[in-house]
Design a protein around this ligand. Structure first.
Ligand code: ADP
Length: 520
């Protein structure tokens, strides 16, 4: 069964504990009095008090408090006041009246007025009245009978106002947590679900139609980002959070019914106690179904549009190439054809990038590995980039060994080098210099492309390899680009088992470094 938990559920004080503490203190008072020489007849008020205490305490321990109406706690408090009132009716006197504070505080739960009235009546009947009848209506006895009664009523009122203030706060925070459109869960130190808001209860009903036992790591109708692989226990967000892991945007699907299954993005943060030890975790579940749907539609749209564009464009650039090969063209027409060819190539590259980005999610880049020579690939790329560099007034320098054989997809690796080179040239200043160096580093090849261009701020560096991201300075400049090249470059490098990193200083220049294993 699913546990119904409110975000601000606060356990009531356990009456069994309260009564046990009370009984212990009364027993202590009796012990002190007997040790001081008190001797009571079998039929006397103190003995009556002991019997009453024993009966009330035994009943408290036996009663099923989780099913008891709250008025029973009031009855318990009144009986305890009776124990105190009768218990002090003995010639040697007693300071047990101080214990009135305990039942008086419990009565505070009934509200300021109701609690105070019950307390006043009970204390008046069982404490003040017998005291005054039994003893004198003056002096110390008057004071002993009346003052504790007044203090008890005051304690009830104080407790009642504190309870009301806390209740108000709780209702407010409950309202806030139930209003937010994000599912919230608080896990305890041992992984039990301690609190959850209403939104999360809805998610739980979809993800766990057969119920949830309220402990982290339960599997159910919960699937990985692909929507079909059931999520293993170790991958469930609650299980991961219980290992102390903190994460954002962990995507998964809940539910099996296509009409109501949801895509969820989960974040987790650890809760620590005063000593800094793990004390639980908070998880936030955000419904991203519409966002995922929009992403899918966008990718499908981009993929189909790119296909439709590529076919006619390939034919245009092909015919332009044939035209360029003719030697009877007027000089002006030849230069104009050059512009058409360059822009056609640019469009083809852009379409290729868009298509790649749209398809990358599903399968990642497909590699066709073969034994190839990285030195040749890099030299070809530098040669191909030379006209653009020359036009931009940038000098290209290459340092590379004559050969660097490796197992890789030559077309894809060529795309990596082309992207890095074209960026280095694009983002360089006129009269700038781009240095390309290729070297062997153990069982890895290392390629560095260094420029002295506009550079990248440290804030932008983390997002550089994200699709469609452009730095502010690039976006504000007239330098063309859409922010796809680096994300594709990173995917290709990682698909080869390599790594790409960047060092850069804004306004000074950048170094992009790629490390690729030679064999895999
Ligand atoms: P594009 O160049 O088409 O915008 P990329 O994915 O290749 O896309 O690069 C992403 C962003 O990274 C660029 O828009 C630019 O802001 C920044 N960037 C890439 N290379 C460099 C570089 N060598 N110098 C400065 N900024 C760069």
């Amino acid at each position: 069964m699913m546990r119904q938990l409110s975000w601000s559920a606060v356990d009531d004080d356990d009456p069994r504990l309260l009564q046990a503490a009370f009984a212990l203190l009364v027993t202590l008072d009796l012990a002190f009095r007997i040790q001081g020489g008190a001797r009571w007849d079998l039929v006397s008020w103190p003995v009556f008090a002991v019997v009453l205490l024993a009966v009330v305490t035994a009943a408290t321990l036996l009663l099923p408090w989780d099913r008891m109406p709250s008025v029973m706690l009031g009855v318990l408090a009144v009986l305890d006041i009776a124990v105190i009132g009768t218990g002090r009716l003995s010639p040697e006197g007693s300071s047990i009246a101080i214990l009135l504070l305990l039942p008086a505080l419990w009565l505070g739960r009934y509200g300021a007025v109701r609690g105070a009235v019950v307390c006043f009546l009970a204390v008046g009947l069982f404490q003040a009245l017998p005291g005054l009848v039994y003893g004198e209506l003056a002096g110390a006895n008057l004071s002993r009978s009346v003052l504790p009664a007044l203090v008890a009523v005051g304690a009830t009122v104080a407790k009642a106002s504190a309870v009301q203030a806390i209740g108000r706060q709780q209702r407010m925070s409950d309202a806030i947590f139930d209003t937010v459109d994000v599912g919230l869960v608080l896990l305890g130190r041992d992984g039990t679900y301690e609190r959850m808001n209403r939104r999360h209860e809805e998610f739980m009903r979809v993800g766990y139609p057969d119920g949830h036992d309220g402990v982290a790591g339960q599997t159910g109708a919960v699937f990985e980002e692909d929507g079909s692989t059931p999520l293993a226990r170790e991958l469930t967000p609650t299980f991961r959070a219980m290992t102390g892991e903190e994460f954002d945007d962990c995507r998964l699907w809940i539910g099996t019914d296509p009409r109501n299954r949801r895509a969820i993005s989960v974040s987790a943060r650890t809760v620590r106690d005063e000593q800094g030890d793990f004390a639980g975790a908070v998880l936030a579940y955000k419904d991203v179904t519409d966002f995922m749907g929009a992403l899918r539609v966008k990718d499908e749209f981009v993929a189909s549009v790119s296909h439709e564009l590529r076919t006619p464009l390939t034919s245009i650039t092909g015919y332009v190439q044939i035209l360029q090969e003719r030697d009877d063209l007027p000089e002006q027409a030849a230069s104009q054809l050059g512009v058409v060819a360059r822009n056609g190539d640019r469009l083809l590259r852009l379409i290729g990038d868009l298509l790649h980005a749209a398809q990358a999610d599903a399968s990642g880049p497909q590699l066709e590995r073969s034994h190839t020579d990285l030195a040749v690939i890099v030299r070809d790329s530098v040669e191909a980039a030379s006209p653009a560099a020359e036009a931009a007034g940038v000098v290209l320098e290459l340092t590379a060994p004559p050969r660097l054989p490796m197992c890789a997809d030559p077309r894809r690796i060529g795309q990596v080098v082309d992207n890095l080179l074209s960026n280095a040239v694009k983002y360089s200043h006129r009269d700038g210099r781009v240095q390309v160096s290729l070297a062997l580093d153990g069982d890895r090849a290392q390629l560095e492309v260094q420029d002295g261009g506009i550079g990248i701020s440290s804030a932008d560096r983390d997002r550089l390899f994200t699709r469609f991201f452009r730095t502010r300075s690039a976006a504000e400049s007239t330098i063309p680009g859409v922010g796809l090249g680096l994300s594709i470059t990173k995917e290709i490098v990682e698909a080869h088992g390599g790594r790409i990193e960047v060092e850069s200083v804004l306004g000074t220049g950048s170094v992009f470094r790629v490390r690729l294993p030679l064999e895999r």
